[in-house]
Design a binder for this molecule. Structure first.
Ligand code: SF4
Length: 363
């Protein structure tokens, strides 16, 4: 596909009243000619839905894969991360709001055709490319083409998403991905409605779909926000649902909130709240639970579900111990640790390295 900025979208249909309905996500925007959708990057042009940000990025950075966060997918390796602009949710606590809420295309500095992204990943020794910073669901056609260019070079694709997407698009999207970290923002419809103007049920459907219908490796992140989604009862319900519906091997990350965007009046999450969530999840049988945005080696490390040995030591995004053999077996008891592991971890460490693609001026 050409690397312009506006390309035809794939998921839409014409309504009887002449408007065009976007079928990509559960918002089902119904648009007149010239209107933009809720996510701002999809629009109705020439009686079809188009993506207006194809081939343009808000910037590139090489991160440790643990920062996505993915702790069971090629640990210790570098991932080339990028995003575009816009979002299909309205989270008042957004931690990337300058990108996701951007309606200015001047945020999209880098011209970034799919082949150039895959080549940059290869050149910099990245094992994967992450579609992140804003929700990749809304730049569907672009993400799919980048993933295809990566696959041709044996580079994996990682989606960091809220999972707010409809069935047909979801199938194509996750068919192109090798791993996903899905934000499960809370476990009540009230939270999703009030703070994200979205529906929890659609996200739970996506989680079950990825886990049971695709080969993509899945991890889940929940940002704990004081007074909003951090009660013991809610963490109990969330973790029980995960074990019953997704199984004990799907890793869960509980991360601490920092005041941001439209929730600057809410205090940061105390470390003990995050550690308590970790304890509840473990008690409910989740094999791999992690804390994030706090420094706590015990709850940041990976333990063998068979004998309890610490098989991967982790502090922030840096690995210490490594006690897994080929195929991810515990070096002591041989139990398989679920995930995508190689004989040795990568040695990227906790570095962040911004990258410019600079393939030429935007047209
Ligand atoms: S992807 Fe964008 S335009 Fe399409 S339904 Fe969702 S918010 Fe609306």
């Amino acid at each position: 596909m050409e690397s312009g900025t506006t390309v035809p979208g794939r998921y839409w249909h014409r309504l009887e009243d002449g408007r065009i309905q976007c079928d990509l996500c559960p918002r089902y925007c119904k648009l007149h000619e010239g209107q933009r959708g809720f996510c701002f990057v999809r629009a109705c042009e020439h009686e079809q839905i188009v993506l207006t940000t194809y081939g343009r990025s808000s910037g590139f950075c090489i991160d440790p894969i643990e920062k996505k966060p993915l702790n069971h997918f090629l640990p210790g390796t570098p991932v080339l991360s990028f995003g575009t602009a816009g979002c299909n949710l309205t989270c008042r606590f957004c931690q990337n709001w300058d990108i996701s809420k951007s309606r200015q295309m001047d945020r999209l500095m880098d011209r970034a055709p799919p082949e150039a992204i895959a080549e940059a990943a290869r050149r910099h020794g990245c094992r994967s490319v992450a579609y992140t910073y804003n929700d990749p669901v809304i730049f569907h056609e672009y993400a799919i083409d980048v993933a295809a260019a990566c696959r041709a070079r044996d580079i994996r694709s990682v989606a960091v998403s809220a999972g707010y997407v409809k069935e047909a698009a979801r199938e194509e999207f996750y068919g192109a991905m090798d791993a996903a970290n899905i934000d499960l923002k809370a476990f009540t419809e009230g939270f999703y409605r009030r703070l994200c103007t979205a529906e929890l049920g659609a996200v739970l459907d996506t989680l079950k779909y990825i886990r049971h219908e695709t080969s993509a490796w899945l991890e889940i992140t929940t940002l704990l926000i004081p007074g909003e989604n951090d009660s013991e009862a809610e963490v109990e319900a969330l973790t029980q649902w995960v074990v019953e519906n997704l199984g004990a091997d799907v890793p869960l990350h509980f991360t601490a909130f920092h005041p941001d965007y439209r929730m600057r009046d809410v205090p940061a999450t105390p470390p003990q709240t995050v550690i308590r969530a970790w304890q509840i999840a473990r008690r409910n049988g989740v094999h791999h639970v992690y804390t994030g945005n706090i420094s706590h080696k015990e709850t940041g490390s990976t333990y063998c579900p068979g004998c309890g040995l610490r098989v991967i030591g982790r502090d922030w995004h840096e690995l210490s111990d490594w006690r897994l053999t080929q195929g991810g077996h515990c070096a002591r008891c041989g139990t398989v640790c679920a995930g995508v592991f190689e004989e040795r971890p990568g040695n990227w460490g906790r570095k962040r390295q911004p990258v410019r693609l600079d393939t030429g001026p935007l047209h």
